[in-house]
Design a protein around this ligand. Structure first.
Ligand code: XMP
Length: 317
């Protein structure tokens, strides 16, 4: 019978056998899959696992610092790389969603490759690929999969000439979480909502500037902290805010304002393939909306997205 403890024990033994004294490089994202993969490989080969966590400038507010701290607390050998400026430069003037995804994926590969080359004699690329990702990339030829290029770092192993080690590629998400629990990984990491690789880059409709990122980070933090404080976070599969390329008229004191509109999105889902909008309490939405408009300069209107997938998607881009 499959249990997380048995999986951990046998996988660690296999990894030891397979990797020997080789060095492995792995990109951490702050998400469940890459974190669990890293801890498993670390258990097998210790300091020979070199982790890299890239700040692409499109993460949630304070995410880079806090996640880096918790990785260090887990004993991982991790290097944080601030590459914000490289990403912003590559994204300058690009409004098309696929164009943004491609630019973000390309810069990620460049930054990661450059960092990996600083590690002497690395032979393997560790990845947190799970079973549904394997299926999805096999079926990626179909019309539905070409709607969005989710696998933005697919070219990495070829470019780097490394062998790939993917200890989670037979597991589903809930199994990954159970393995993570068995490894005693921080519940905050295990319970985290999914977050897209291109991050806030696909939640800022239109072109990306550091100023827009700063606005969206504030809005998103108010919404997510609100969900956590009201005990709603764990009832939601994924939530976030979208900065719309629309300005609307408002009043502030005697002044007429003309500022941005943000949309809030919260969905329930099993695997992201279908999703329903969450019927969040009106009083909660009202508090969050007031807080956003009062605190975030540049935003004067908040709307709530009540579309389900299909036909809408979870993200707006
Ligand atoms: P959609 O918007 O297609 O999203 O309903 C389904 C799930 O996929 C995530 N998503 C992405 N993840 N790179 C990623 O790593 C991407 O380009 C990307 N686009 C969407 C989305 O956040 C949701 O969880």
């Amino acid at each position: 019978d499959w249990t997380p403890d048995i999986f951990v024990e046998s996988t660690v033994a296999e990894l030891k056998q397979k990797l020997g004294n080789d060095k492995v490089v792995l990109g951490l994202s702050g998400g469940v899959d890459s974190s669990v993969a890293a801890v498993l490989i670390h258990k097998a080969i210790g300091e020979n696992l070199h982790c890299i966590f890239v700040d692409n400038g499109l993460l949630r507010k304070n995410e880079f610092e806090s996640v880096l701290e918790s990785y260090k607390g887990m004993g991982l050998n991790v290097k944080g790389v601030d590459a914000k400026d490289q990403f912003y430069a590559a994204l300058k003037g690009i409004s098309d969603p696929e164009g943004k995804r491609k630019a973000i994926g390309r810069v990620f590969i460049e930054v990661f490759d450059q960092e990996a080359h600083k590690i002497q004699g690395v032979r393997w690329l560790g990845q947190g690929t799970i079973y549904p990702d394997v299926i999805e990339s096999v079926s990626v030829k179909g019309p539905s999969a070409t709607i969005k290029s989710h696998h933005n770092v697919g070219g990495l192993p070829e470019k780097m000439n490394l062998k790939v080690v993917e200890p989670l590629n037979t597991l589903f998400k809930d199994e990954v979480r159970n393995v993570g629990r068995s490894l005693e990984i921080d519940p905050n990491i295990l319970g985290r909502h999914p977050f897209p690789g291109p991050g806030l880059g696909i939640r800022i409709l239109g072109d990306i500037t550091p100023q827009k990122v700063a606005i969206l980070q504030e809005v998103d933090a108010i919404f997510i902290n609100g969900l956590k404080n009201k005990g709603l976070y764990d009832q939601v599969w994924q939530a976030g805010a979208i900065l719309l390329p629309v300005q609307s008229v408002g009043v502030m004191g005697d002044e007429r304002t003309y500022e941005q509109v943000v949309a809030l999105r919260a969905v329930t889902s099993v695997d992201g393939m279908t999703a329903d909008w969450v019927d969040l309490p009106y009083a909660f939405l009202q508090d969050v909306s007031n807080e956003i408009i009062n605190k975030v300069k540049g935003v004067n209107r908040v709307v709530y997205d009540i579309s389900s997938k299909p036909p809408a998607t979870i993200e707006w881009e």
